[in-house]
Write a protein that binds this ligand. Sequence first.
Ligand SMILES: [Fe+2]
Length: 136
Amino acid sequence: MSITWNNNLLTGVELIDSQHKELFGRFDSLVAACNQGKGRDEVMRLLQFLDDYIREHFAAEEQLQIKHNYPHYGEHKAQHVSFVADVDRLKKQFLSEGATLPLVIQTNQALVNWLIQHISSVDLAFARFIKERAAS
Ligand SMILES: [Fe+2]
């Protein structure tokens, strides 16, 4: 399984879209390393690489939301916080268990599903809000 970007996920806000594409790319590298049976160190390195970018991206979105007085900032940020906690949990699991097949499958499904679901609901709603404000 490879993680491919899908244009249905475009928000129309350039910064967010470019960061989402980068996230997908980093995800894909992680999944590829797992599929190729790369060792624990490589998987951990890529998971950390993904984790760093997730934090950077969430911070950028949250700053935009604050700047635009987005009314759903609190709920949106709560989703980010819980995702960061999920990734932390996975890192600990990878460290203790290594890149076992069930863990890899579970990781891929959980993270990718979350990301797609999050982008296609709350990120799109937030982007619409910014664009409407810019237009008015
Ligand atoms: Fe978001």
